[in-house]
Design a protein around this ligand. Structure first.
Ligand SMILES: C[S@@+](CC[C@H](N)C(=O)[O-])C[C@H]1O[C@@H](n2cnc3c(N)ncnc32)[C@H](O)[C@@H]1O
Length: 200
């Protein structure tokens, strides 16, 4: 199956239609496990419309929200309802991301697969390097049976490859979706690993 062109316009269009959906399950799970933020730092990578960014702020986290789509800041401010003292917004592509603050939580909802494998590996190393002891990662990663697999601009992983990413971390949520469904661009087969893990 061919994959849709993922231009800035595509993501702007996608994100403009996310305002009313429920908070992603990965975000809900990690919030339940981590408890109130109490001023701890969360990073929301590929934050999109900011639904989950908002949930982290509401739970007392300081948040760095990052996304490559140029309209991110304006969209996020609409979702949040204006500036928020605990929120930092950064517009950057993963390809240009070379540093992150020390973090107690890194959430990446359906975003990290949208880069090449080489970039994914570099960004994942960065994420692991900034995760504080006790900190958690909550991610949705595409598997090799996904109907978009084969697109060299995206990253698709086998189960052993996904497990290897979490070496040394304690896996607290491991759910695999492997079924037909719908994407923003139309019907497709989803093969997605939903994982929450904690650094001991
Ligand atoms: C499928 S959306 C998910 C957005 C949000 N996390 C959610 O769950 O609705 C993917 C997001 O990643 C962003 N994105 C895609 N490729 C990116 C890249 N290479 N670097 C940074 N952000 C990227 C898009 O702009 C979009 O907001």
């Amino acid at each position: 199956m061919s994959t849709p062109m993922r231009t800035d316009e595509h993501w702007a269009n996608y994100n403009s239609r996310q305002a009313a959906r429920p908070i992603r399950e990965s975000c809900q799970r990690v919030l339940a496990l981590a408890g109130p933020g109490a001023g701890r730092t969360a990073v929301d990578l590929g934050c999109g419309a900011g639904r989950e960014t908002r949930a982290f702020l509401d739970a007392g986290w300081r948040v760095l929200a990052l996304d490559g789509e140029p309209g991110t800041e304006a969209r996020l401010l609409r979702t949040i309802g204006g500036r928020h003292a605990a929120l930092t917004i950064k517009t950057s592509r993963f390809q240009d991301l070379y540093d992150l603050p020390p973090a107690d939580l890194v959430h990446a909802g359906y975003s990290l697969p949208f880069q090449t494998r080489a970039e994914f590996d570099r960004v994942w190393t960065l994420i692991r390097s900034v995760l504080r002891p006790g900190g958690r990662v909550a991610v949705d990663l595409f598997g090799d049976r996904d109907s978009w697999a084969g697109d060299p601009n995206l990253t698709f992983l086998t189960e052993p490859e996904v497990r290897a990413l979490f070496d040394g971390l304690t896996i607290e949520r491991w759910e695999v979706e492997d079924e037909p469904g719908r994407a923003f661009s139309g019907p497709k087969h989803w093969h997605v690993f939903h994982v929450v893990a904690q650094r001991r």
